[in-house]
Design a protein around this ligand. Structure first.
Ligand code: NAD
Ligand code: IPM
Ligand code: MN
Length: 364
């Protein structure tokens, strides 16, 4: 029997609740498909930081590295200055574990209503591939003359050929396995150096994928095209910050942040990949018990696919989709069930649903 060691970082706000609900689905999938999951909780996030002053130490990074995968809820807390946890934990782990590719599917499941008119399950199935370790996230910077009228902030962006090529290669492979279309999203009209490097990389690597058509859309224009014509896109490849922004836009199109899944993926397999929803810790609804756990559960399905448990991944994804299709509302108290109850419902559905034949979804 295959056995996997899963590190679980619930984190802050709604993170622990949605992660617990997702894990119920994972355990049900393991029981049904005949493998075992040894889940170990890691106490990381705001509470620990406020208690100890420590965000992430080397021993924890080493302990996480010993796992086959990491499931993360969300971090971020109004009591902690912005960036301490976001950069100190999430971005630090993405970099430490060389998770250079962030995979964020934008898929409207049948029976789920998009808030955007005209968007249907047939025309909304794309994947945002976001470079995950560079750009403005890790470029460094400085603030001089702080607090004076002469203050100047420098925020550097770094784009290397190596990380760009790794991301673009992954995106072409995915596009080849899907509908054969790749769109580069950037601001080549303003960010001349970085944009040029991205475009050159796509043009060069694209020569090895003659079956994949590729085009280009500016990031600002993407904010119109993605919601109004999602069917135009198959795989969208982009940099770290644009990918962050357009994946929240994609989340809205597919029904809301509570439904959008993601994987921080190490394509070389040199360290564990980390699976987390697109959403954050949602302090505005934390503790209320009505966060939608679908995004976390779909991220867990991507985790199972990443571990090689493809059937289990498809079953968990189908179970989440089937539960979503029954909800009277996709967020808030109108959902009619608590986060915990939805976790139980997803787990029950995993045990009873017919195994899907299709390879749709859960592609990572
Ligand atoms: P957010 O994604 O936490 O919330 C945005 C809105 O979406 C809120 O109104 C929230 O209630 C709603 N929402 C989010 N997830 C939901 C769910 N599962 N079900 C129902 N509604 C949901 O973004 P924010 O408010 O800008 O950020 C809050 C904190 O989270 C900040 O500290 C931010 O830095 C952090 N953050 C962390 C991650 C992460 O850990 N991966 C991602 C984004 C933001
Ligand atoms: C996300 C989040 C993170 C990001 C933050 C919390 C570092 O917004 O995963 O989308 O900006 O990448
Ligand atoms: Mn984000």
């Amino acid at each position: 029997m295959n056995a996997y060691k899963l590190a679980v970082v619930g984190g802050d706000g709604i993170g622990p609740d949605v992660t617990r609900a997702a894990l119920a689905g994972v355990h049900a999938a393991a029981a049904r498909c005949g493998f075992s999951i040894e889940a170990t909780d890691f106490d990381l996030g705001a509470e620990r930081y406020l208690r100890t002053g420590v965000v992430l130490e080397e021993e924890t990074v080493s302990a996480l590295r010993e796992h086959d995968a990491i499931l993360l809820g969300a971090v971020g807390d109004p009591r902690v200055a912005p960036g301490i946890l976001e950069r100190g934990l999430i971005v630090a782990l993405r970099v430490a574990f060389a998770q250079s590719v962030n995979i964020r599917p934008v898929r409207l499941y049948p029976g789920v209503e998009s808030p955007v008119r005209g968007v249907t399950a047939q025309n909304c199935d794309l994947v945002v591939i976001r470079e995950n370790t560079e750009g403005l996230y890790t470029g460094g910077g400085s603030l001089s003359h702080a607090g004076t009228e002469h203050a100047v902030a420098l925020q550097n962006s770094i784009t290397t050929a190596a990380a760009t090529a790794e991301t673009v290669e992954f995106a072409f492979q995915l596009a080849q396995a899907r509908r054969g279309r790749l769109t580069l999203c950037h601001k080549t009209n303003i960010l001349l150096h970085a944009g040029g490097l991205w475009q050159d990389t796509v043009d060069q690597i694209g020569q090895r994928y003659p079956q994949v058509e590729h085009d280009y859309v500016h990031a600002d224009a993407m904010c119109q095209h993605l919601p109004l014509d999602p069917g135009r896109f198959d795989v969208v490849v982009t940099d770290n910050l644009f990918g962050d922004i357009i994946s929240d836009l994609g989340a809205t199109v597919q029904g809301g942040l509570g439904l959008a899944a993601g994987a921080n993926y190490n394509p070389r397999g040199t360290a564990p990949s980390m699976y987390e929803p697109v959403h954050g810790s949602a302090p505005d609804i934390a503790g209320k018990g009505w966060a939608n756990p679908a995004a976390a559960a779909l991220s867990a399905a991507m985790c199972l696919a990443g571990l090689g448990e493809r059937t289990a991944a498809l079953i968990l994804e189908a179970a989440v989709a089937s539960v979503l299709a029954e909800l009277p509302s996709l967020a808030g108290p109108d959902m009619g069930r608590s986060t915990e109850e939805l976790g139980e419902l997803i787990a029950d559905r995993v045990s009873s649903i017919e195994a899907p034949q299709s390879e749709a979804g859960a592609r990572s």
